[in-house]
Design a protein around this ligand. Structure first.
Ligand code: NAP
Length: 430
């Protein structure tokens, strides 16, 4: 990359690829001023050569459906993977690194599932594999953890990492609408995919959390060891009641370190209304972390979209185009990061929100409180709602801190009482 032009080979000209091309076109003078070089998109690989495009790279940009034209072109300095999926980009990135080309990707699903093997290959080849856009779109969290906060031990990270889920939870809170109605609205606005599973079941946020854990702790936390609960079961009733107690329900991705053990998960949880993350509304993302030297740091911004995500991809391209320092992919020297020591989920400690739907008769509240007491769960607040014929009476308990295994055992016991009419509802309180 010693020439005055950095040649890019792009795989994917969809939302993010188009955003990247637009920024390169619009900010080319600015980029040259920073880099002393110009960026040129030499070749773009797509699935369908005949598809109409809403961006027009320079007339000499070559379009192809053949991966080899990215990999075997000696002019191409950096391969930029913006196609999505798993199998195709895994093959493309593996082959690009093997062919001696650094790679930029926005693909969190691929990095969460196959990151270790790809980072190992990049390290063996002494090449860059950069991924700023893979977590929280335009928010520069990767570089922040890898470089700016490298001197800190990170005690915890709590993030709103999925804009679709946050839009849905915000609308449910503000408009009083049910999950299904708000999901349909999110799909109409383009915030949610036709198949929203990855977003609403917490899987997309879990992919991003795995990437953040590697950067913050230098440890690999396998996806299948994460606690993952989505928002598809969240009911308007609990949102409204949480609000009365002074809380909002948000889909949070969280990792906490205690005595060398990590606990990590994605779950809807109650946040106090004055918590800084409770104010993050709509499709926005935010990450709050706690470093042992810096203290709390919060980042906020657009977690998706063509230009915000393209901005993050471009930052990686600029970083890799500066040849004066070796690539820093994971932020740690190990070729393969060690596995995290994981705190068993049942040993985690939270405050809890329980809702029981019960028959309206004397002694019910005392029976439930008795079981909570047996399991060492101390009650902070309790509220019982008006009797609604046939539907039973909702009783909500907010507890002080209690171990998850005690919370689960108490719920298992209580749900067997004959006066309990529906499965209990349970949320963590952060
Ligand atoms: N969208 C966002 O806001 C956002 C934010 C952060 C991260 N990301 C990540 O960025 C990546 C790209 O997302 P996107 O929203 O830009 O996707 P997209 O709009 O669906 O575009 C995908 C592009 O890749 C091309 N493509 C897909 N499979 C291909 C294959 N097998 N061979 C050749 N070309 C292929 C498509 O070609 P055709 O155009 O010919 O169909 C299309 O141009 C994903 O990993 C996503 O998770 C996206």
């Amino acid at each position: 990359m010693k020439d005055s032009v950095i040649h890019l080979g792009l795989a994917g000209l969809g939302t993010v690829g188009s955003g990247l091309v637009k920024i390169i076109q619009e900010n080319s003078d600015w980029i040259t001023r920073r880099l002393g070089k110009t960026l040129k998109v030499k070749t773009i690989m797509v699935r369908d050569l005949d598809k109409p495009r809403n961006v027009h790279p320079s007339p000499d940009t070559h379009f192809t459906t053949n991966m080899d034209e990215l990999l075997h072109d000696p002019d191409i300095d950096i391969v930029v993977e913006l196609a999505g999926g798993i199998d195709f980009p895994r093959q493309l990135i593996t082959r690009a690194l093997s062919a001696g080309k650094s790679v930029v990707t926005a693909n969190k699903a691929l990095l969460a599932e196959h990151g270790p093997e790809l980072f190992e290959l990049a390290a063996q080849k002494n090449l860059g594999l950069y991924y700023e856009a893979s977590v929280a779109g335009g928010i520069p969290i990767i570089q922040t953890l890898k470089e700016s906060l490298a001197g800190n031990k990170i005690k915890s990270i709590t993030g709103i990492l999925n804009g679709t889920a946050n839009f849905i939870m915000s609308e449910m809170s503000e408009k009083g609408e049910d999950f299904a109605a708000v999901l349909a609205k999110a799909q109409a606005k383009g915030y949610a995919e036709a198949d929203p599973t990855l977003d609403i079941e917490g899987i997309d946020a879990a992919h991003k959390l795995v990437i953040l854990i590697r950067l913050a702790y230098g440890l690999d936390f396998p996806m299948d060891r994460l606690t993952i609960n989505g928002i598809s079961q969240v009911e308007q009733f609990d949102i409204a009641l949480a609000q009365e107690f002074g809380y909002r329900i948000k889909l949070l991705a969280q990792v906490r370190e205690k005595s060398g053990l990590l606990h990590a998960g994605v779950y809807p949880a109650l946040l106090r209304q004055d918590h800084i993350l409770a104010k993050v509304d709509g499709p926005f993302n935010s990450i709050l972390l706690d470093g042992n030297a810096v203290g709390p740091v919060m980042l906020y911004g657009q977690g998706a979209g063509d230009l915000p995500t393209g901005s993050a991809v471009l930052a990686d391209i600029l970083a890799l185009s500066r040849t004066d320092c070796p690539p820093n992919n994971t932020g740690f020297l190990e070729t393969r990061l060690p596995l995290a020591d994981i705190l068993a989920p049942e040993l985690t400690v939270f405050r809890h929100y329980f809702r029981f739907t019960v028959v309206d008769r004397p002694g019910v509240m005392a029976s439930i409180a008795g079981v909570l007491g047996e399991y060492n769960i101390s009650i902070a607040q309790v509220v019982q709602r008006q009797y609604a014929p046939d539907a039973g009476v909702p009783i909500v308990f907010l507890t002080h801190s209690a171990q998850m295994k005690n919370a689960m055992a108490a719920l298992d016991t209580i749900k067997e009482f004959s006066f309990v009419l529906a499965p209990p509802v349970h949320y963590r309180i952060i």
